[in-house]
Design a protein around this ligand. Structure first.
Ligand code: ADP
Ligand code: MG
Length: 318
């Protein structure tokens, strides 16, 4: 099968699905065309995923399609942006029709779930690598940045943390228990918190998605905002499955492991008071922003530890 037949068969079916979207020309031409409505800003980001680095070798292709788009969409959620469309640059070692069928099916499910339409891409041969660029929009000036946290702000996280990181221990478990299956599901099918984007841009002062671990990602907010933070381990939202599986190590997973794609958010006290219960129900306050630099967990500074805790391609040894 040639490159163009491959694109036509597996990827064009993902395009042209959203009638109301801003994408006015999808795949097939030299470029796609997106019309940015007057008064809105384009918010975009690119993510590269390399086999053996960002996902395991021989990883299930339908899971890969979902996870790749979920991870990219999570960056839009962290900016408070509404999803619009994405491009996919795919490097494949060989044309494996079953693999492509499964991969495009996982990608399609994610594309429908997150409201991101395929706008175009590139297909080449080489070691398995995916690059996804996602486009979203926000009302002009409404994009939430990492740099907006101020002393006194409350720090909250969405959902529960640590499940996806714990799942790494069970990826090749032959007979996983119900608890293992629960955390594995968090790893294989992360749900970016796009549902919170509207509320975030209305109430949050700063936001980051948790892809590398809470300490590392909260650390990014702190350095961008020039502030410190005090958080409490007793407040950390842990799933019952994680606690049963990992016992005392559950907290460690929540603080230091990535892949959950939950959000870490800061709120001024006034905004927190004003925020609707429907938003607060999905969040857990874990501490507050402090004028003094440093990331204090139960009174102990772990800001230096937070640097290597997040995955760094040029520091970590694989
Ligand atoms: P060009 O050579 O002009 O860059 P290509 O030959 O790479 O164009 O691609 C032809 C068309 O197919 C383009 O519109 C491109 O967006 C689309 N395309 C290529 N690969 C993919 C893919 N993996 N997914 C979606 N669209 C793709
Ligand atoms: Mg061209």
């Amino acid at each position: 099968m040639g490159e163009f037949e491959l694109i036509r068969r597996y990827f064009l079916p993902l395009a042209g699905r959203q009638e109301s979207g801003s994408l006015i020309l999808g795949p097939g031409d030299d470029c796609a065309i997106q019309r940015i409505p007057a008064g809105r800003d384009l918010v975009f980001s690119v993510d590269a995923l390399v086999e053996g680095v960002h996902f395991p070798r021989n990883y299930r292709p339908d899971y890969l399609g979902w996870r790749a788009l979920a991870a990219a969409a999570s960056d839009l959620a962290a900016m408070g942006a509404d999803p619009e469309c994405f491009t996919l640059a795919l490097t494949l070692p060989a044309v494996d029709e079953q693999w492509l069928e499964d991969f495009s099916m996982g990608l399609r499910k994610a594309s429908e779930a997150f409201g991101l339409e395929l706008a175009g891409g590139d297909t080449t041969s080489g070691p398995l690598t995916l690059s996804l660029q996602v486009h979203g929009t926000v009302e002009q000036g409404a994009g939430i940045r990492r740099s907006g946290a101020r002393p006194g702000d409350l720090i909250a996280v969405s959902g529960t943390l640590g499940d996806a990181g714990a799942a790494l221990d069970y990826l090749s478990e032959p007979a996983p228990s119900a608890d293992m299956l629960a955390v594995l599901e968090r790893y294989h099918h992360p749900w970016p918190r796009l549902d919170l984007a509207g509320a975030i841009r209305q109430y949050a002062t700063a936001a980051v998605d948790i892809s590398d671990g809470l300490l590392a990602d909260l650390g990014h907010i702190l350095s961008a905002s020039g502030v410190g933070a005090r958080i409490e381990s007793a407040r950390m939202p842990l799933s019952p499955a994680l606690v049963r599986l990992k016992g005392e190590k559950a907290l460690d997973c929540a603080l230091r492991s990535g892949d959950d794609y939950e959000l870490c958010l800061c709120f001024s006290r006034e905004n927190w008071e004003r925020a609707p219960e429907s938003l607060k129900r999905q969040l857990t306050v874990i501490g507050f922003v402090d004028a003094e630099p440093g990331l204090y967990l139960d009174g102990v500074d772990c800001s230096l530890e937070a640097v290597p805790a997040g995955f760094d391609h040029f520091r970590s040894e694989l």
